[in-house]
Structure formats: C-alpha cells, structure tokens
Design a protein around this ligand. Structure first.
Ligand SMILES: CC(C)(COP(=O)(O)OP(=O)(O)OC[C@H]1O[C@@H](n2cnc3c(N)ncnc32)[C@H](O)[C@@H]1OP(=O)(O)O)[C@@H](O)C(=O)NCCC(=O)NCCS
Length: 174
C-alpha cells in the first residue's frame, strides 16, 4: 500500500478528490493545509490555486521574506490523502521554526504510514534540489509528527520555545 503513494504537483485530473479531502481537512485547520484552504474553496478555483502554487515554486511575486517552495499533493491511486510543502532554502525564521519540509494527512487517512512515506519521498525531492541536510520541526506534543521524523532518520538538535509553544528541531542527513 505504502509504495503506491506518490507526491505530485496539483493536477486537474484529481481535483474532485482534492476538493473532498480539503473539505474534510478544513474542519480541523492543521497548519500545512493553510495555503490550500486560502486559495482553493471549490473546484472552480483550481486555475487560480494552481497559478499561486506555480508562482511559489518558481519564486514569482513572493512576499518579502518568503522563499520559493513547492506544494505537493500526496496521492494513493486516484485518492488525495495529504500535502507536503518543501522549501527550497532556509531563511532566519525557517531555520528557527519552520524547517525545510511540512506535511499533513487528511484525518480519515491517518495512521496508515502515509506521512512517513510522504516525508521519505519529500526528502528525495529535497536531495534533487541540492539540500544535503534537511531541517524538520514539530511541536513537542505532536507525537505522530515526531515519529514521522524519527522514522526518517531525524536527529534531535534542540527544543526551542516561542509564544509559549515548545518546538523540536531535527536534522535529517539526506
Ligand atoms: C502528524 C501527521 C502528519 C501524521 O500522519 P500519519 O499518516 O498518521 O502518520 P503515520 O501513519 O506515518 O504514523 C507515524 C507514526 O506515528 C504514530 N501515530 C500516528 N498518529 C498518532 C497519534 N494520533 N498518536 C500517537 N501516535 C500516532 C503511528 O502509529 C506511527 O508510529 P510508528 O512509526 O511507531 O508505527 C498527521 O497526524 C497530521 O496531518 N496531523 C496534523 C498536521 C501536522 O501535525 N503536521 C505535522 C507538522 S508539520
């Protein structure tokens, strides 16, 4: 099952499944989905959403302090199951908190090993961009995300506190 999971750029062919997944994810509002929620409300928004994702990937019209990044859909067969966000490099803020890669799985598809596989594939994409060591962070109390990182060889560097939240910073040699 796991080796059927693929990371792909947003694709019109699977937009119905994406719309369904996003609708489900919206109820929970997990951070890695935020941009997807903002630019995609229904199927009609797909061209605008895709343009925005493309611009972020190519580094076009980025806000000050935002680095180029790629947003992938995680697909199992024809089913959208989650998102992965790969930042091309770190700036000061990302080096402290955000890291190179963020990911989220829609609630109904969790605990199937998908996030672990998504990060594995995301690291392969990062390697192709020339990243040799990836920073991946999670909240201290996010047991699932911590396991996803450790499953992929993450080595804890430290724990930092910001706005009352403790975050763990892991490095993964690619
Ligand atoms: C964190 C998240 C991505 C994990 O996705 P997932 O597909 O369920 O993860 P996996 O199936 O690969 O599970 C990884 C490990 O975590 C464990 N796990 C999953 N959910 C868990 C939970 N709620 N509590 C405890 N352990 C959990 C799994 O059993 C597995 O353990 P194992 O490696 O010992 O077998 C998902 O819960 C999610 O999208 N959360 C909201 C967004 C988020 O927190 N993103 C990460 C921050 S960038």
């Amino acid at each position: 099952m796991k080796n059927k999971l693929k990371l792909m750029l947003p694709n019109r062919k699977y937009v119905e499944s994406f719309a369904k997944g996003i609708k489900e994810a919206r109820k929970e509002n997990a951070k890695p989905f935020t941009t997807h929620f903002k630019y995609f409300r229904n199927v009609k928004d797909f061209p605008i959403y895709k343009k925005r994702v493309e611009n972020d990937r190519k580094g076009v019209n980025l806000k000050k302090g935002v680095v180029p990044s790629t947003r992938y859909w995680a697909m199992v067969g024809n089913k959208f199951v989650g998102v992965l966000h790969l930042r091309r490099r770190l700036n000061k803020k990302l080096r402290r908190m955000g890291g190179h890669i963020g990911y989220a799985v829609i609630p109904s598809e969790r605990r199937k090993g998908y996030a672990t596989e998504m990060l594995r594939l995301g690291l392969k994409k990062a390697k192709k961009l020339g990243i040799k060591k990836a920073l991946v962070t999670c909240r201290e109390n996010n047991t699932a995300s911590r396991k996803v990182i450790e499953n992929n060889g993450g080595v804890l560097q430290n724990k930092i506190k910001e706005k009352g939240i403790y975050k763990l910073r892991f490095w993964i040699e690619i």
